[in-house]
Design a protein around this ligand. Structure first.
Ligand code: FES
Ligand SMILES: [Fe+2]
Length: 370
């Protein structure tokens, strides 16, 4: 039996409530039970190309420091000094050397998290061995970094299998071989679930994304998959070869695109905070970082084949700005929703049958938050 059927009203299924979009208490619960438990998308491995490179990211309510150590392995720690608790690192980047030094009293840690220096104290006067950084799990898939704050998380690939959007089928596009040409950051006045619901349906596409539906005709119907395709790809309009303001781009195709019968786009929401959008010439990776019930930071990476990024004569602007235009259209409607769901007149949202991936999102959310 459909587990949501008890909540069906006049053909609609109940969605999130006003409190679930606005309450600080529920937001804190989400940070603990959803972002503090799942693997969360945290960035790209090419941001940690060299030994000692650092990435500072927010996962749930925590600041996490991700590093590449001397053995070329990834390491992640709570970004907290073990002396008196100061935040250790503020910024991501390179060139910090092989030690992490606290800006307060200059205690230093190795890239493996061991406390190695405590200035003004005799070496043996402090039991350094007990004062290493507290580590968290980090792993990578397709060149994407994931962090889990859980003590014993499932293997990342097993966890990825457990998604209705089937992200592992996108491995054929070999995203680890792609390079980031640009990253954009948007500060958005909307709950992260408003954004995730918006991504999970295409009923709005014909209204909100006229340029996109001209290039991807199935989206005009509100559908996100084609019944005549088993691979969950959707076809570009006849004669179009790319999602771009110049829809006949001659940029190199992503790996495996050549083998498809048609120019196609693919998408997956990797719950709770990652979107993957693949089109013939660009892979767009989106990362949600919830800041409060009504504010989310969105990081968007635009990935192309290395040969494209290295060739400075190529113009990537028509491709990047097309995706950014669609992104801004989604942000505008999501902020509009957030203003509406904050009204005291609003009690809860509803989904129609065609918003079935929103149902999947809510099912998983409810199973984790309860
Ligand atoms: S709090 Fe970091 S060295 Fe004192
Ligand atoms: Fe959209």
């Amino acid at each position: 039996m459909d587990t949501m059927s008890e909540n069906k009203i006049n053909g609609l299924t109940e969605s999130f409530t006003r409190d679930e979009y606005n309450s600080p208490e529920i937001f804190n619960l989400e940070m603990e039970k959803i972002f503090g438990t799942n693997w969360c998308f945290a960035g790209r491995t090419d941001q940690l190309a060299h030994i000692g490179d650092r990435l500072v990211v927010d996962i749930g309510n925590e600041s996490i420091l991700i590093l590449r150590n001397r053995e070329n392995e990834l390491r992640a720690y709570y970004n907290v000094c073990q002396h008196r608790g100061s935040r250790l690192c503020d910024a991501s980047g390179s060139g910090f050397g092989a030690a992490i030094t606290c800006p307060y009293h200059s205690w230093s840690y190795s890239l493996d998290g061991a406390l190695v220096a405590t200035p003004l104290h005799e070496k043996d006067s402090i039991d350094r061995e007990t004062l290493g950084l507290k580590s968290v799990h980090v792993d990578q898939w397709q060149g994407c970094l994931f962090v889990s704050l859980q003590t014993n998380p499932p293997a990342l690939t097993d966890w990825l299998e457990n998604h209705y959007s089937r992200p592992r089928e996108l491995e054929k596009f070999d995203m680890s071989s792609l390079r980031t040409a640009r990253t954009t950051i948007d500060e958005v006045s909307a709950n992260w679930k408003v954004l995730a619901e918006n991504y999970s349906e295409c009923l709005h596409c014909a209204v909100v994304h006229p340029e996109l539906v001209d290039l991807v005709p199935i989206y005009k119907t509100g559908k996100t998959i084609q019944d005549d395709r088993q691979d969950w790809g959707v076809s570009l309009a006849q004669g179009k070869t790319s999602l771009s303001h110049n829809p006949n781009e001659t940029l190199a195709l992503l790996p495996a695109m050549e083998e498809l019968d048609e120019y196609s786009v693919f998408g997956a929401f990797v719950y709770p905070n990652m979107l993957i959008d693949i089109s013939p010439t660009v892979a767009v990776l989106t990362r949600y970082v919830p800041r409060s019930p009504t504010h989310t930071t969105i990081y968007t990476d635009y990935l192309f084949p290395k040969s494209v990024v290295d060739d400075k004569t190529l113009d990537l602007e028509p491709t990047i700005s097309f995706s950014d235009m669609v992104n801004q259209q989604d942000i505008a409607v999501s902020e509009r929703v957030q203003r509406g769901v904050s009204s005291k007149s609003f009690t809860r949202a509803y989904h129609t049958k065609m918003e079935r991936y929103c149902h999947q999102l809510i099912r998983r959310y409810r199973s984790e938050i309860s």
